[in-house]
Design a protein around this ligand. Structure first.
Ligand code: CDT
Length: 348
């Protein structure tokens, strides 16, 4: 029996700062209706799908931003989305800002804020939660930037690792689904941690500006799309998994985001791609048995991985300068840390 699941990326056009969650949820329900007509069983919505990408807005007091976060899920405002998905029997991945009173690593109970995504079954059950690990941007107002990117101000790094769950979805009795959020897709470490749990389908949402907003130099917009897709295609191929990447697109609060949502197969090929900057549903039939070739041959991890050679991946953060060659054949001592960088350096 082939293991085929019909999936969709539900790209969202811009959600302006003044727009309510209710409007965003209504738009998502319209996309679910279209998904239902097309026989879709699993839908991926973008990162921070319920609001504008608010980390572009600086607020002196972080608590002033609390209205952009969700304290419960589902809430009164998001319950209609859950109800619609349940009515159609469609599972979904949803990104949102989470606020919670939770103990930290020291045991202290405090208010915490995360950039979060949940995986919801076609019956409306929350199956898995992920909190974004790689937070780009900066924590303080940066006057050099054309647009702020204050994820480090508004969120803590995720504390749930990169989880994968085996779950029924659509007509399948079990498949391995993992999650990541936006900037995570650029980090091979994130993909590999999912790969090491046998992931077959990676769900990820993103909000990526079309232009480099750091003020640090020119970056061609087409290359920013290329880098996004390069990362997703490489991650899918190197871990023999499908990936559904769903964007927020278009001009939001005066800032353009590039869309280009894609669905990728385990060979790294793009199966479907969004072509608008609006709400758009792209779909693909994913035969999960296509994961088997990569997982049992070139990326049979149990046969070929050499973790004894990968120590620096987890032992260090920044790059360390290599030993220096000399004509006398002596290896001179290592020099300074080449990763020296401003404490609050940007990523976007
Ligand atoms: N939301 C998010 O993580 N955006 C970042 C912007 C950096 S652009 C190089 C991203 O990685 O897409």
């Amino acid at each position: 029996m082939p293991r085929i699941i019909t999936v969709a990326a539900a790209q969202l056009g811009p959600i302006q700062r003044a727009e309510s969650r209710q409007i965003a949820v209504e738009r998502m329900i319209r996309l679910l209706e279209r998904a239902h007509v097309r026989g879709v069983e699993f839908v991926v919505f973008p990162e921070l799908a319920l609001t504008t990408f608010f980390p572009r807005h600086y607020l002196e007091d972080v608590a002033e931003a609390d209205h952009w976060y969700e304290a419960t899920m589902p809430s009164d405002e998001t319950a209609p989305l859950f109800a619609a998905a349940k009515r159609f029997g469609i599972g979904f991945h949803l990104g949102f800002a989470e606020i919670v009173d939770e103990a930290d690593e020291t045991g202290a109970l405090r208010r915490r804020r995360f950039n979060t995504a949940i995986l919801v079954s076609g019956k409306g059950d929350i199956l898995l939660k992920y909190r974004k690990v790689h937070l780009p941007g900066h924590a303080e107002f940066d006057p050099r930037r054309t647009t702020q990117h204050l994820e480090k101000r508004y969120f803590e790094p995720g504390n749930l690792g990169f989880p994968v769950i085996r779950t029924p979805m659509g007509g399948l009795s079990g498949l391995n689904i993992g999650m990541m959020i936006c900037n995570d897709r650029r980090w091979p470490e994130a993909w590999r941690v999912l790969g090491l749990q046998g992931v077959e389908l990676v769900a990820l949402g993103y909000n990526t500006p079309s232009t480099n907003t750091t003020g640090a130099g020119f970056e061609a917009p087409h290359l920013r799309v290329f880098h996004s897709q390069l990362s997703i295609q490489a991650g899918a191929y190197q871990n023999a998994t499908f990936a559904i990447a769903s964007a927020k697109a278009g001009v939001e609060d005066g800032n353009e985001m590039f869309g280009h949502s894609i669905i990728v197969n385990p060979q790294g090929e793009i199966m479907a791609q969004a072509t608008s900057w609006q709400d758009e549903l792209i779909t693909a039939d994913c035969d999960l048995d296509q994961c088997t070739l990569g997982k049992t041959t070139v990326f049979a991890f149990d046969k070929h991985r050499r973790p004894e050679a990968y120590g620096p991946i987890t032992a260090q953060i920044g790059a360390i300068a290599p030993a220096v060659w000399s004509r006398e054949g002596q290896i001179l001592s290592r020099t300074a840390d080449v990763a020296s960088r401003p404490a609050d350096s940007d990523a976007d």
